[in-house]
Design a protein around this ligand. Sequence first.
Ligand code: ADP
Ligand code: MG
Length: 325
Amino acid sequence: MKIKDIGGEFALIDRLSRIAAVGHPDLVQGIGDDAAVIRTAPSPAPYLLVTTDILVEDRHFKRQWARPEQIGMKSVECNVSDIAAMGGKPTWMFISLVLSDEADLSWSENLYEGIAHACRRHHVFLAGGDTTRGEKIVINISLLGEVAEDRLCLRSQARVGDRLMVTGTLGASAAALSLLQARIQPSQYLLDKHLTPSCRLSEAQIIAPLAHAMIDISDGLGSEVYHLCQCSGVSARLEGSTIPLHADVTAAASLLGVAALDFALSGGEDFELLFSIAPEKIDALKKTGVPFNDVGEIIAGPGTPGINTADGRCIILPGGYDHFT
Ligand code: ADP
Ligand code: MG
């Protein structure tokens, strides 16, 4: 049987984790969130956070489109983004590298220049890794972090009546990728969002004490809303017209003859944050000065999350990117 026949990436992770994952009293959150949460000392010591991500050449990056420094920066940002989404701070990093014959000395050194740049930005320290040769370049980063118990934001903490908020605008990275695939030069703004995204670590630190659930937007807003709802046992209703899109995303969509909202809902690699917050906390959030947009609400489940469209209909929320479907 093919992986797509069982429902794709997340169904696969579910099946595999059932085989090997066992619970432990110190495993506060195992498989199923942006990072694992581990108790290493009695309260009030912070929890240990652990996340890992793989970037594969020609699937996650192309050497003809991205410079090694850019690939290095992005590979750190996508991990820091997962630690940020837990409300945490990143600390120690490990890199496992598969290098092909084409990745010569200067390419790998430049990759590490980009990695070092992003590490300095987020006060992350490289502490080890592994290196081998293969057919394609693979960059696997594991990142540790820590979070105080009262700042931890799990995917499972959304409550009925919460507002759903996102930081920044969505869809720029996906719009850039679609343009590149169509051999159209993206604007500098779109290209930067695609090749050198920066995650919302400082914003997450401010949002975490006020929010209920939080997740980073790496596979499209649709997919992340599904995750929040599934983990929290709730449903959601989004308001399509309030989903923030940059003018360049709208322009790219009309150039390509597609719906701009699809870049936000089903695109990927925005590395913005989606969080749920009680309405009475919104004033406090506004006072922090962190920019955010209200895109919908958490409603009682079960039931499939929906989205109100511009013409007044409510449709089933489209899901996000899946590596296997
Ligand atoms: P994200 O997109 O935020 O990085 P993923 O969708 O990759 O998160 O992963 C969701 C959850 O599944 C995480 O808890 C992750 O650790 C876990 N996971 C993903 N792949 C595997 C795997 N092959 N084995 C065990 N756990 C996995
Ligand atoms: Mg994530």
